[in-house]
Design a protein around this ligand. Structure first.
Ligand code: CP3
Length: 362
């Protein structure tokens, strides 16, 4: 449980022996660690009770509430890591780009990014001035959680897609058109978003986060060639510069529908690549290659029905993960809102009991 009173901020490396950190580093573990993308949220009654109405951006600006919402799933499920409660559009919103998060829809932008003039709405992020509430909430959590806290930022393509499309998109036509028609403008946009992500991630790590995940959730819509030319260089720079300021901090890169991109994503330099449910983990391991851990990848829809189904599918993931170190159990994407929390609780127990990747035989 993570109800201990806040203590002084913990020294770096406080969680070096935690299974989540060890699995990220492809080291042996006591048990296979598990957390769930979107573990905080609408599937939890205590979330709905605490969150209140209004934009999620208002909730995100309240450090005590953020700390509570971040802890809720850890307490309920017994996960091996906490994911910081925030959103990928927070930095862009904080510098005044003009973005909100509409309930049931996701990020919406009233004046989408169209031309070089719009770069002016993306000035550099100064975390202490622009997002002090993020720093404060991370500090509260780092002083009180008993498991590592994962900080995060949106990947360059995914954040750009919201700013250019103006909201969620099916075919991503506007952002793809911009990438092709105006490569210099695309570069400028991606570089700014990468700098913002870097500043945000550094502030979360300085405040006490133990690892970070880059959510480039929608990158799988791109061809490998376009991903490699137009997104991967910025992602590599992000990971490299983070490694310079925070050496040894575990990093995770995740996207959906990225089966064909996995070998490229593995060259971004992160410790872990997140795998969606479409690629069996044994296949994913060969695609990311040795030395990089994998995270995933139970189909979130398998948690919606009978326990027997969820259990069989969880075992299938564990089998595919094999016995070599470097598996962080997760869903292949976020928890669906209609998920029964009791199923997730039982999945955590099952993974802890039966996961074998990196677990020394007793
Ligand atoms: O447990 C957690 O993961 C909590 C923190 C978190 C949120 N968003 C809270 C949130 C994280 C890590 C995110 C990241 C995020 N935000 C991503 C990448 C992860 C992914 O799922 O691919 C993306 C693409 C976004 C953009 C976004 N924000 C979407 C698509 C939505 C959902 C819209 C909806 O309501 O269906 C949001 C809103 C949002 N962010 C909610 C939560 C809990 C929804 C509920 C609410 O408004 O309270």
């Amino acid at each position: 449980m993570s109800t201990a009173a806040p203590r002084a901020s913990r020294a770096p490396g406080r969680f070096d022996d935690a299974p989540f950190i060890q699995a990220c580093r492809s080291q042996p573990v006591h048990h296979v660690p598990v957390w769930f993308m979107r573990q905080a949220g609408r599937s939890l009654p205590e979330y709905r009770a605490a969150r209140g109405p209004g934009s999620i951006l208002d909730a995100i600006a309240q450090p005590e509430l953020v700390a509570e919402l971040t802890r809720q799933p850890v307490d309920r499920y017994g996960t091996d890591a906490a994911i910081f409660f925030s959103d990928i559009v927070v930095p862009a919103a904080a510098v005044g780009f003009g973005v909100d998060v509409a309930p049931g829809t996701g990020p919406v932008v009233s004046e989408p990014f169209r031309s070089a003039a719009d770069l002016q709405r993306l000035r550099p992020l100064e975390p202490e001035l622009d997002t002090p509430y993020v720093i404060e909430a991370v500090q509260i959590l780092a002083g009180s959680l008993d498991v590592p806290l994962i900080g995060f930022a949106g990947g360059p393509f995914t954040v750009a897609s919201y700013l250019v499309e103006g909201g969620p998109s099916k075919n991503f036509t506007k952002v793809k058109a911009l990438m092709q028609a105006e490569p210099a403008l695309w570069d400028a946009l991606v570089e700014r978003l990468t700098d913002m992500a870097l500043a945000s991630l550094r502030s979360q790590l300085d405040a006490g986060a133990s690892a970070v995940q880059v959510f480039d959730s929608w990158a799988g819509i791109l061809t490998p060639r376009h991903y490699e030319e137009l997104v991967l260089p910025a992602t590599r720079r992000l990971v490299a510069e983070l490694g310079e300021s925070h050496p040894g901090v575990p990093t995770i890169l995740f996207g959906v529908g990225t089966g064909e991109l996995l070998p490229l994503m593995a060259t971004a330099g992160t410790s872990v690549v997140g795998i969606d449910w479409r690629v069996p983990l044994d296949v994913a391991r060969t695609r990311v290659g040795p030395g990089t851990a994998v995270q995933g990848n139970l189909d979130p829809a398998m948690c919606l029905g009978r326990w027997e189904v969820a259990a069989a599918e969880t075992r299938e993931v564990l089998t595919r993960a094999g016995t070599a170190p470097g598996h962080v159990f997760n869903l292949g994407h976020g928890v669906l809102p209609e998920t029964d929390p009791a199923i997730l609780e039982r999945i955590v127990e099952l993974v802890h009991a039966e996961g074998r990747a990196g677990v020394e035989p007793t």
